[in-house]
Design a protein. Structure first.
Length: 285
């Protein structure tokens, strides 16, 4: 648990974070994380004990907190708690660390924050390839400008809609979702960023269209530019994705998962390029 995730004079003199017994109760039932999903989070991939892209994750946590009008976060304290959580876990090749900041207990005006580390599941099947269903998200790409209260592009705790999308994909015989805007553009997955290859150019969805700025995409951008290619932000239709030279859903823990099918259309899969992308995201390059 983190004390002082927000500058709070009431917490002066207390340790910045404390390790707690994971089996002991920690969260009040009136915490707004539990009652309203009112807060923000990050999931960081940890490979051979080293967190990948930690600074971009912490910066994005701050960005999400600002979008929800939460108090400014002390990222140094959170980084120390991340280190402590990794150190406290048994060493395993792949861990995930989750950082959660909620608006706090109802009526107390003080955020609650905690960090935990957990062994990652096996993502071998997803990394081999995904059958993806295109699902209408029901909001246009202009929503961030017209309706910022929808929090499009914030990593808020309210992921029930994203999880419902995954269940709908399963009903359609797919493993994953590609959300599509109501004006017809491919956006992102419920927990992943879309990356598309067209010849020697890579394309991903502009953040202004209401998607989360992916930390994995940032790592891919560095890799692609290092290889003399480019990464553009451009709106693509699902048909353009299906007709591309390869498409992936990127995320910090599952890494780059190639899309093998978008609905009933089959896509090209480049395994060697996928391996290099995985190394780039996991900072194993
Ligand atoms: N888009 C959404 C909605 C997400 O929840 C996530 C991660 O969970 C991503 C994209 C991918 O972000 P990252 O590469 O930083 O894991």
């Amino acid at each position: 648990m983190i004390n002082g995730a927000a500058a709070d004079p009431a917490l002066k003199g207390r340790p910045a974070h404390r390790l707690v017994d994971e089996a002991a109760p920690q969260l009040r039932v009136t915490d707004l994380a539990a009652t309203r999903g009112d807060g923000v989070f990050e999931t960081v991939g940890v490979f051979e004990g080293r967190p990948a892209n930690l600074s971009p994750h912490l910066e994005r946590l701050q960005r999400s907190a600002r979008m929800l009008d939460l108090p400014e976060l002390d990222l140094e304290v959170i980084a120390q708690a991340v280190d402590a959580a990794i150190t406290a876990h048994l060493p395993v090749p792949e861990l995930l660390v989750k950082i959660v900041v909620s608006r706090g207990v109802e009526g107390q005006q003080r955020p609650t924050a905690w960090v935990y580390a957990d062994a990652a599941s096996s993502y071998a099947s997803a990394r081999a390839g995904l059958r993806v269903a295109a699902l209408d998200r029901g909001i246009p790409t202009t929503a961030p400008q017209t309706s910022p209260w929808l929090l499009a592009g914030a990593k808020s705790l309210s992921y029930a809609i994203n999880m419902a999308g995954l269940r709908e994909a399963a009903r359609r015989g797919a493993d994953e979702v590609l959300f599509v805007s109501s004006d017809g553009y491919a956006l992102e997955g419920p927990t992943s960023t879309l990356l598309v290859k067209q010849d020697d150019c890579f394309v991903s969805t502009p953040v202004e269209a209401g998607v989360l700025p992916g930390t994995s995409l940032g790592a891919i951008e560095t890799m692609v530019e290092g290889e003399g290619m480019t990464l553009e932000r451009e709106l693509l239709t699902p048909q353009q994705v299906a007709d591309s030279d390869g498409a992936w859903l990127l995320s910090s823990v599952r890494l780059a998962c190639p899309i093998t099918h978008l609905d009933d259309q089959e896509l090209t899969v480049d395994r060697e390029l996928t391996e290099r992308m995985n190394a780039a995201i996991a900072n194993r390059g």
